[in-house]
Design a binder for this molecule. Structure first.
Ligand SMILES: NC(=O)c1ccc[n+]([C@@H]2O[C@H](COP(=O)([O-])OP(=O)(O)OC[C@H]3O[C@@H](n4cnc5c(N)ncnc54)[C@H](O)[C@@H]3O)[C@@H](O)[C@H]2O)c1
Ligand SMILES: Nc1nc(=O)c(N)c(NC[C@H](O)[C@H](O)[C@H](O)COP(=O)(O)O)[nH]1
Length: 126
């Protein structure tokens, strides 16, 4: 059994504000001047994921045939995840993630306005 991903509000460590935010700010949608975007008619997209050392993003138990919610990262890694959620208009996930994780996809970072979940996922008939 894996522990649940943390659902409480997340405290921002001072080092995140002083070192991490300045390094990712140039890549955020709100900081990117239209002139540097190749095609401004396309959505500005940021890819974020957690992976194990072998590159896996989730357990897929053989015999079962379904994805399984798999906790790979800790609460410290949740801080940039939620910061990015707060900087984007929507979060796109796979349909299996919606089925297996039932994620809230909101921003629970202290000091950033808490947003309602605003996830999108491909339907593919499910
Ligand atoms: N670690 C993370 O950061 C992270 C993030 C989100 C979800 N997850 C986990 O991922 C699992 C579900 O993932 P999902 O929602 O993307 O599943 P999904 O089944 O909805 O989507 C996977 C898609 O990838 C396609 N695909 C499979 N192999 C391919 C290949 N070789 N080339 C091209 N396309 C291929 C499939 O046809 C399918 O459409 C859950 O267990 C969830 O917990 C992990
Ligand atoms: N950062 C991160 N570390 C992980 O170990 C892991 N498995 C994910 N993957 C995404 C995860 O599977 C969930 O779908 C959402 O992180 C849940 O989102 P909520 O907290 O409910 O808003 N993401």
């Amino acid at each position: 059994m894996f522990p649940q991903l943390p659902s409480e509000s997340l405290t921002v460590p001072p080092s995140f504000t002083t070192t991490i935010i300045p390094s990712i700010r140039p890549y955020l949608p709100s900081s990117t001047p239209f002139g540097s975007v190749k095609d401004p008619t396309l959505p500005y997209t940021t890819l974020t994921y957690a992976s194990a050392v072998d590159g896996s993003t989730s357990l897929f138990p053989s015999g079962d045939g379904t994805w399984q919610r798999t906790v790979l990262s800790g609460s410290l890694a949740s801080v940039p995840t939620h910061y990015l959620r707060g900087c984007h208009s929507a979060v796109l996930i796979g349909v299996s993630t919606a089925q297996v994780d039932d994620p809230s996809l909101n921003c629970r970072l202290e000091g950033m306005q808490a947003t309602e979940g605003h996830g999108l996922w491909p339907n593919r008939g499910r």
